[in-house]
Structure formats: C-alpha cells, structure tokens
Design a protein around this ligand. Structure first.
Ligand code: CA
Length: 236
C-alpha cells in the first residue's frame, strides 16, 4: 500500500508499507448509481459539477452525498438482503481492490495515454466544456461529465471505474501512512468531513488519478464524490 518515492505526482501521505488483509470481502463492480441510490431516496439530486456538467442520470454514479447518507443507504440495503451487511471499504481495502495486484500508478499500468480506455478522467471533452481546466490526457474519453457505470474496461479483478468518474468515499479518516507493516488497518472517520477519498474523479487533478492517491473530504457532500460498498464474507 502506498507509492514508491519516484512515482510522479505522489503525495507525502503515501508512504509505502506492507499491509495484510485477513477478512474476505466482496466489493461492488461499479460505483453506486443514481438509480440504485434512488430506490432508497428518490429525492436525491447530484446537480452539476462546476455549474456546467450535469451529474444526474440513472446509470451515472450518485454524487453529492454524505457519509451519514451512505450509512443509512447501507442499512436499508441490508434489509433487502438478510444476512448480509454493507459498508464503505477501508482505505486499505479500496487500494487492494483498485490495484488488483498491480504495483503501477494506475491499475492498467504506468502509461497515462492508456487512460481513455480504462477511466473517465479530465480529457479533451472535459476541457472543451471547461477551457481553463487541466487534463490527464489530450485524447477524448467520450465523457466530459460523469459516465454510466461500467463504461470503461475493468481492472484485472473485473472492477470498473476505480480510477476516475466519481471520487470514492472510504470509511477511514485521511491520515499519512505509517511505514510499519499493518494488519487490517482502519482509522474510522467520525465526522462529516475528513474521510479519505480515493481514485480521483472526472475532473480531478492528475496527481489524484492514481491507485495510491488520497485526499481528505473537505465538504460534507462533494459534488463529484460518490461511493461503492463492500460486503463482508462470513468466515467459519
Ligand atoms: Ca472524461
């Protein structure tokens, strides 16, 4: 977990260290969509990004959502699926799922030019709508705003949109990594802000669009911040 010292764009909070996860879990293949969340709260609206890009659509990732709303949705979802409990991934679980065994900066490798096949990132279409914005690539990934869940190639474990599209909540507070080996690390965030957000989003700066990147949630409902859930697998 974390990034090597020579990885471009890395932050000081990414100290590389060995992590062991002992609890098996399932993780959603895609980010939770507006339609999925709308089954619980039909009144929720994602609104716009930078007042320009529309974020509402049934198959688009639900965004502008708070940690407490995610918790309520998770509890409601469990009532539909007796015997299972749903929750946000920890920081370590998220990075394990994103990397799918890859040590590279991106799950598809180190080549940024490959991103348009694998992730909805700031691209030519994004800059066309927001001319002063930065881009990860000058190529066109086809989506200036959020993209329907699963529009891009999955990682090696079949998971889509781990990088780009919506930023993703984890259950942990954002803290710099320690260098010591860790087993099932968790540092639950207790407030509405400060959660470690992962994977970058459709409009995130280049440094955030990496497997190791982490950023603290600065507002309760980030306009481009969504989530995916995990489900613990019972062990005998
Ligand atoms: Ca894009």
């Amino acid at each position: 977990m974390g990034s090597p010292p020579d990885e471009p764009g890395r932050g000081a909070d990414e100290t590389q260290h060995p992590v062991t996860l002992t609890r098996p879990f399932y993780i959603s293949v895609t980010e939770t969509t507006c339609a999925q969340y709308g089954a619980w709260d039909a009144t929720h609206r994602c609104g716009t990004l930078y007042d320009v890009l529309q974020l509402d659509g049934p198959s688009l990732p639900v965004t502008r959502i708070s940690a407490s709303e995610i918790r309520a949705y998770s509890e409601w979802l469990a009532t539909k699926d007796p015997g299972r409990a749903y929750r946000l991934p920890t920081d370590a679980e998220w990075e394990c799922a994103c990397r799918a065994g890859s040590p590279e900066a991106h799950p598809w490798g180190a080549d940024v030019a490959e991103s348009v096949k694998h992730a909805n990132v700031p691209d030519a279409s994004f800059r066309a709508r927001l001319p002063k914005s930065f881009t990860l690539t000058d190529a066109d990934d086809g989506h200036a705003s959020s993209s329907p869940a699963g529009s891009f190639l999955p990682n090696r474990w079949g998971l889509c949109d781990m990088i780009g599209n919506a930023l993703e909540f984890t259950s942990d507070a954002h803290k710099p990594h320690d260098a010591a080996p860790a087993v099932d690390p968790a540092s639950p965030a207790t407030g509405p802000t400060g959660h470690s957000l992962r994977g970058g989003g459709m409009g995130s700066s280049v440094s955030l669009l990496r497997a190791a990147s982490r950023v603290a949630a600065r507002s309760e409902r980030g306009e481009d911040t969504g989530f995916r859930l995990v489900c613990d697998i019972p062990t005998k």
